[in-house]
Design a protein around this ligand. Structure first.
Ligand SMILES: C[S@@+](CC[C@H](N)C(=O)[O-])C[C@H]1O[C@@H](n2cnc3c(N)ncnc32)[C@H](O)[C@@H]1O
Length: 209
């Protein structure tokens, strides 16, 4: 089965309780970071059912979310409507989405960039860089590092996302994924998820003209 079909199945019956779950440490840290950097607009890549999008929008940030699962995007749209928050969603792949020509103060990529291949990541990372305003912040969350034994266990385990792409990155590799951006932080969040925060250079030359 293709990744898209697996995700579509995962999101075919979304529990209502997902809306009630408290924000995680990584989400709270991200909000605080965005607020300190005056981030007013955010692109949420691989937004799923909109957990991050709705949370950020409820805190006053204007959000656009992208995901290739139709079920997830429908859920996110309805949720944002119920909450009466500024969040728009597009059902699309990470690259050719309808917000691709727009730029944002912040981009969130939570638990998504290791669900695509290394090859695809190089295309997506260029797209992300062009989506960021000068001085903009990129907030990424990656899965914990898995050694060979953990990987085998995961492959054998019976979980709903069994079979999807899992690219495993060492910490040193993650640090080099966006060579054009400045890495500001690398921290470990809940359950060992790895959070990396980058900033796009301010265009000082243009400011000096
Ligand atoms: C682990 S979930 C993370 C959801 C959300 N970002 C979060 O942290 O709660 C990964 C999401 O990425 C989406 N996804 C995976 N590959 C994608 C692709 N190539 N284009 C768009 N969305 C993708 C899946 O549909 C799923 O919603």
């Amino acid at each position: 089965m293709k990744d898209k079909d697996i995700w579509e199945q995962v999101f075919s019956n979304i529990p209502m309780e997902w809306k009630e779950v408290s924000p995680t440490d990584s989400m709270l840290f991200c909000l605080d970071y965005f607020q300190k950097h005056n981030v007013e607009s955010v692109l949420d890549l691989g937004c799923g059912v909109g957990i991050w999008s709705v949370f950020l929008a409820k805190n006053g940030i204007s959000v656009k979310g992208v995901d290739f699962s139709k079920n997830a995007i429908e859920y996110a749209k309805n949720w944002a409507k119920e909450e009466k928050v500024r969040a728009l969603f597009d059902y699309s792949d990470l690259v050719n989405h309808s917000f691709k020509k727009e730029s944002f103060d912040g981009v969130v990529a939570s638990k998504i960039l290791d669900n695509i291949s290394r090859f695809k990541l190089s295309e997506v990372s260029q797209q992300i860089e062009s989506n960021l305003n000068d001085g903009g912040i990129l907030f990424c969350v990656f899965n914990p590092y898995l050694n060979e034994t953990d990987r085998e266990k995961l492959m054998k385990s019976d979980n709903p996302t069994k079979g999807i792409t899992h690219t495993v990155y060492k910490d040193e590799e993650l640090e080099k994924i966006f060579p054009e951006l400045n890495l500001l932080e690398f921290r470990i969040f809940e359950h060992g998820f790895r959070g990396l925060i980058w900033q796009k250079e301010e265009n000082t030359a243009a400011n000096n003209v």
